[in-house]
Design a protein around this ligand. Structure first.
Ligand SMILES: Nc1ncnc2c1ncn2[C@@H]1O[C@H](COP(=O)(O)OP(=O)(O)OP(=O)(O)O)[C@@H](O)[C@H]1O
Ligand SMILES: [Mg+2]
Length: 369
């Protein structure tokens, strides 16, 4: 199973939109996908039409222990797409578990326990409330999914806008990191910090972790700023920049309030085209579709005025990022970590302090790096 953490400690850059619609795109390609909501805001849960206040068991219960993943999984209205919902309780998880030994690996432990059960292939009933929307009542009624624990092709983790306990659990449970980057002023602020945390998690907690790539979101090819940000990312992190660009599309912003993925809400939209392109690129099945967010788009709707500091002559005002060799190492498959020295900042002292240090230094609006 590929396990992809979608992370950026900046708020509102498109993490949840990407998690939902990348997951739905992969499901449309015939993959089975489990989306995991690691954010107390529960935006991903809501986007999939699950009411967090009516969720009996959530990711919070999994992290607290005693509740298996199988008791929390819910089906969505998209075939092949499942969700592990969040609840506002998750907001207290970090402080409640501050003294727990091994707290960075709680999620990974739960996923491993689930994998062991699915690996045995024994039929285990999923809970009745695993079925939502049109699937309600399907449990035990002959739907094969209802009776056998599934193993998934993809696990997609939607991380919160911070680098605290929940994000560290996400990075420790994942084996790939996808970074949505909003192509606006300050986009690269905080990137050094994010890459450094990925490097430390890989070194100390999860040697299988690697960078999958950076996906530009809200990318408007007609603005000079968008192109400047892309150029700057390419110059520092060129090998990480994915081909697909997610363009601004009002349908993507509307879909969550209808509890639908972009493919359900507006299958003909540019948003659907772009996320299908991303799904194909990540699945490695096809080259991204021509025009599917890849190239300049001359007809997009929305506000086309240059944003933020474009006129100030710099796209990011960011400090230097990791060196090319350090970035290459992070994108390399597991096994290369022997070369992974303390060079890229190395400001942290021990694994146990990663989460708490980052929680202290980062906030949803943090621009620090
Ligand atoms: N390509 C897009 N075009 C138009 N609107 C978008 C696009 N991507 C995301 N949005 C909208 O921008 C807002 C922020 O997106 P989203 O919730 O995905 O970001 P996030 O990084 O998950 O935020 P947070 O950090 O709060 O979790 C949402 O209202 C979303 O609908
Ligand atoms: Mg989000």
């Amino acid at each position: 199973m590929r396990r992809i953490a979608i992370i950026n400690q900046k708020g509102g850059v498109g993490k949840t939109t990407t998690a939902v619609n990348l997951g739905a795109g992969l499901a449309a390609l015939g993959k089975s996908v489990l989306l995991l909501d690691l954010d107390a805001q529960s935006n991903l849960t809501l986007h999939l039409d699950v009411d967090p206040s009516r969720v009996e068991r959530s990711v919070y219960d999994v992290l607290r222990g005693g509740t298996g993943i199988e008791a929390v999984i819910r089906k969505t209205s998209t075939p092949g797409l499942y969700v592990l919902p969040a609840h506002i309780d998750l907001a207290g998880a970090e402080s409640e578990m501050s003294n727990e030994v091994g707290r960075e690996t709680l999620l990974r432990d739960a996923l491993e326990a689930y994998a062991a059960k699915t690996g045995r292939g024994a039929p285990v009933a999923m809970p009745r409330d695993a079925f939502v929307g049109s699937d309600a009542g399907a449990a035990g009624s002959g739907d094969g999914d209802a009776l056998v624990l599934r193993s998934f092709d993809y696990l997609i983790l939607d991380c919160p806008p911070s680098l605290g306990f929940l994000s560290i659990n996400g990075l420790t449970a994942a084996n790939e990191v996808l970074i949505p980057l909003q192509t606006q002023f300050f986009a690269l602020q905080g990137m050094t910090k994010l890459l450094d945390v990925v490097r430390l998690v890989r070194k100390r907690l999860n040697p299988s972790l690697r960078l999958l790539g950076i996906v530009p979101c809200l990318y408007d090819a007609r603005t000079k700023l968008s192109q400047e940000v892309i150029d700057e990312v390419a110059s520092h992190l060129g090998n990480l920049l994915l081909k697909t660009r997610i363009r601004p599309n009002v349908k993507l912003a509307e879909a969550p309030s209808h509890g639908k993925t972009i493919f359900e809400y507006a299958p003909e939209s540019r948003g659907a085209l772009d996320y299908m392109s991303l799904a194909r690129e990540i699945a490695g099945e096809l080259e991204p579709a021509p025009g599917g967010g890849l190239a300049a788009n001359e007809e997009e709707e929305g506000d086309h005025a240059p944003i933020g500091g474009a006129a100030r002559g710099s796209a990011s005002a960011s400090p230097p990022l990791l060196s090319h060799s350090e970035v290459k190492l992070l994108a390399a498959p597991p096994g290369a970590e022997a070369e992974d020295g303390e060079g890229a900042g190395g400001a942290h002292d021990s694994a146990a302090t990663i989460a708490s240090e980052d929680a202290r230094k980062s906030s949803p609006t943090s621009r620090g790096s």
